[in-house]
Design a protein around this ligand. Sequence first.
Ligand code: SF4
Length: 347
Amino acid sequence: MRIITRTEAAVEPNHWQDELARAFRRSDELLEFLRLDPQQLACDHQPDFPMLVPRPYAEQMRKADPNDPLLLQVLPLLQERDPVEGYTLDPLDETSSNAQPGIIHKYHGRVLLMLASGCAVNCRYCFRRHFPYADNRIARRQWQQTLDYLRQRPIISEAILSGGDPLMLDDEHLSDILDELEGIAHLRRLRIHSRLPVVIPQRLTSTLAQRLEQSRLQTTLVLHINHANELSEAHRSGLKQWRDAGMTLLNQSVLLKRVNDEPNTLIELSERLFEFGVLPYYLHAFDAVAGAAHFDTQEHLAQQLHQQMQQRLPGYLVPKLVREIAGRKSKTLINLDSGQSGNYNGM
Ligand code: SF4
């Protein structure tokens, strides 16, 4: 196994950061790029949750199609401002599991570390769109407190890097964090939850893949892909490189009205994921977050869709259909056969 040096890490070009810098931040510019007439869409040009769309992601959208499933996920609409009963700022009540700034500890044996306060894309349906990131980013000086929290709890065997998006940190910073986590003997696994490589494939750097390959922690990358059109040829080599470095690649999706709430779309997504070496892991029922009610799908429809996936796909390509319910110590598996929900001890 070859050990990479800091010097090598520093010379790898940061194309992904260049892409981030030139992302679309104004809806009129994005619509012009897509050859769409702004009159066709009731956009919010000054949303509280700003628009952020990297160009590689925009390039995957169909031109002149106001119903493109990728566009629908990222374009701020005026209807986000309409209050809808039952849709709240913190639908999963994460603030009550906020053990200390930057840590969410809900589940047995696993702890979630919020390393970054932002993402490379602002998904309109995000259940954390109102999360108080400013109070939760782990500043370098607070990092020791975070490590102490982990060190003092031998029951924790897995650290989950989340955010925001943890891959917003550069490779060198992530390598430093890995050094510290590897020093905690009872930690066995590392999980990285990220959508960044989906919207900017260059984020799958060889430098980070090599660093993770050297780690004693068994590492899983959980991607967030909702539609087969989000995967391009640019992802193929990057994902292969990470897989070859020993990473397990999984995907979680959210069921979204008009984006993927149709059996052929979900089946195509599972098949395309597998073609790229990624296993479908979860299909999340929508979380009732304020501003995103127009994405919600009814649970019985979710069950029917999932049933059709079961009928038409091999079992390993059928993600678990789950819902997070505030206060529960595990995800809730939406039971297909009985139409009932049972706890599922996973994350
Ligand atoms: S990348 Fe993930 S955390 Fe960030 S806005 Fe999208 S869904 Fe939310």
